[in-house]
Structure formats: C-alpha cells, structure tokens
Design a protein around this ligand. Structure first.
Ligand code: AMP
Length: 299
C-alpha cells in the first residue's frame, strides 16, 4: 500500500566532526521518501525552486517514488545549514533560508487523494491539516513537528493532533508538547490530546513507544562511526511507516517490528553524509541488519 509524505525538500550544508558537504539534497520529505521506498511506493508533496540541481533531484528518483506532487516554483530552494558538535546529539542551525518554502501551500495531485498511509513532516500544523482535508480516507496518519510550532502554533497543533494516530518527535519536543520534564508523564499528556501512539526519538539512545497500554524501548544500533546524523529521525519515520504499509499489520506486534525496521534504516543513513548511503544500500542489507538487531536485543 502506498504512503504520502509532505515536508521539506532542501539543499543542506552540513558540518560534522568528520567533514563538510555543501548544498546537497536534504529535507524531511527527501529522507522519509527514500527510506520508505525500500518497503512501499511513496508519493511526495513538496516544493523546490527552479535552481534545484538535476543531479541532486536524481537521487530522489526511483520507480517507487512518485514526484508528481513535487512542485517546482520560480525562485530559490529552501536551504539549511547545520553544524554538529563532538557530541553529535547536539547541533546548531547556522542558517535557514525558507525561500520558496515560505509560501508552500500543498496541493495534492488527484491520484494522491486515496493514499492510505500518510506522513505529515514538519511544516506549519495548519498546512498539515490542509493535507488531511484533501485525502479521501486515510488508514493511518503520522505526524512530526518541531519546537517552533509547539511554541508559536499550539492551538493549531492541538487541533491537528485530534486527527492523527501517531506522533513522531524527539525527547525535547516531547517535554515541550507534554508540558512536563519527565518523559513518561509528558507522553501521557500528549496521548490525552488525541494520538494513540507516541514515538520519541532519542538520537543515539534509540526510540521509545508510548501507547495507552504499553511502553516499548529500542536502542539505536551500535555503530563504530557516525558521519552525519542529519535526517536520521525522518529516515526512522520512513522505515517505520514503510514497513507498516508493506505488511499492513497495525497490531502492537506489527508496530514493534516497524520500530526496529525504522531504527535499522536510520542506522544506515548516518554512516555517510546526507542521503549518500542510500545510493548503495540494498533491501538485503536492511534485512540482514534487522536480524542482527533482533539478536542484539534478545535475552
Ligand atoms: P532531522 O535531522 O531529522 O532533524 O532532519 C534534518 C532535515 O530537516 C534537513 O535535511 C533540513 O533540510 C530539514 N529542516 C531543517 N529545518 C527545517 C525547517 N524549519 N522546516 C523544514 N525542514 C527543515
């Protein structure tokens, strides 16, 4: 079954202790789409400028990625520059130029409207809701958000959360949204806003799932070297929803497997800069690391 993603497609400049890359393909929708495409067909809704280099766009094209909803506008593409500290859980945003992304108003191509699985990447919660309005009958809707919207658009965000089954955010966003320092209590407050499931991304510490009746924890796959953590969260979400769309298993057990698949895909993307690792990554490698992951956590 197919998945719709709405979010940013960007040109990223990234500096980590391992090196630097300039103006490479990035953005939440790009990481999500490529990660999810290992499992199911993906439909992208995003905007780029007419300056977007063809070779960067080519990294997005695959038989499993539909780019009919990738609008090309006159003007400059959204650009983001980030620098990671020695502790790569910490990063500074050095520059952010919205450019054509500033007036992004997602319009779905007609054939996207019946998409069953939906990922609302980090954009204005009002626009995330506008995307839901254009869908006929989504089966499963997940969303991301960032501290900016929690701080400046809480009423719109709370309205959206009543229409969403799964929220995928990091630990700091969980504390802000749940208005609690303690993650477990914050999670309970977020579930009271409407979603059935909360997934908390904790970087190299892994992922926590909260639902009304359970808590489930998965570590990050232990890697000897991390080159670039950018997009790990969106790649996690792509692997997670991708597996659910492929298996159709929306039980608690299905969610747990999907979390492990999401963690595996994220563990690959950080092994190189930007989306580069995906160029050589095969589905067989993903399944092999999935089995190693199961062995790692079995006792
Ligand atoms: P993550 O590492 O999962 O936070 O994702 C990083 C990606 O998010 C980068 O590729 C950026 O281009 C993109 N990004 C950064 N800030 C924003 C923003 N305010 N809105 C949309 N996308 C953003």
């Amino acid at each position: 079954m197919s998945i719709l993603v709405v979010g940013s497609v960007a040109l990223d400049t990234i500096e980590t202790p391992s090196g630097r890359v300039e103006e490479v393909l990035g953005g939440s929708a790009a990481y999500f789409a490529v990660a999810a495409s290992y499992f199911a067909p993906v439909r992208v809704v995003a905007v780029i400028g007419d300056d977007f280099p063809a070779h960067e766009r080519a990294m997005l094209s695959s038989p499993n990625i539909d780019l009919a909803g990738l609008e090309v506008r006159k003007g400059r593409t959204f650009r983001w520059t980030g620098r990671y500290h020695e502790d790569m859980n910490i990063r500074d945003t050095l520059d952010l130029q919205l450019n054509v992304f500033a007036d992004f108003a997602p319009v779905l191509p007609a054939r996207y409207r019946d998409t069953p699985f939906v990922f609302l990447g980090n954009i204005n919660p009002g626009l995330q809701g506008g995307v839901l309005d254009q869908l006929t009958q989504p089966r499963l809707v997940a969303c991301d958000t960032i501290s900016h919207w929690i701080e400046w658009a809480r009423p719109e965000l709370e309205t959206l959360l009543r229409r969403v089954e799964i929220v995928v955010i990091n630990d700091e966003e969980t504390r802000m949204l749940g208005r609690e320092r303690n993650i477990v209590r914050a999670a309970r407050n977020i579930l009271a806003l409407g979603p059935r499931t909360l997934l908390v991304k904790r970087g190299e510490y892994g992922v926590l799932l909260f639902s009304p009746n359970s808590v489930f924890a998965v570590p990050a796959y232990p890697l000897e070297e991390v080159f670039d953590p950018t997009g790990a969260g969106d790649s996690f979400a792509g692997g997670f929803l991708g597996y659910l769309a492929q298996s159709g298993d929306l039980s608690e057990a299905g969610f747990r497997k999907a979390i492990v698949y999401g963690s595996v895909v994220a563990s690959f993307v950080v092994e190189d800069f930007g989306l580069r690792r995906f160029r050589s990554l095969s589905r067989e490698e993903i399944d092999r690391r999935y089995r190693q992951f199961v062995a790692l956590t079995e006792f």
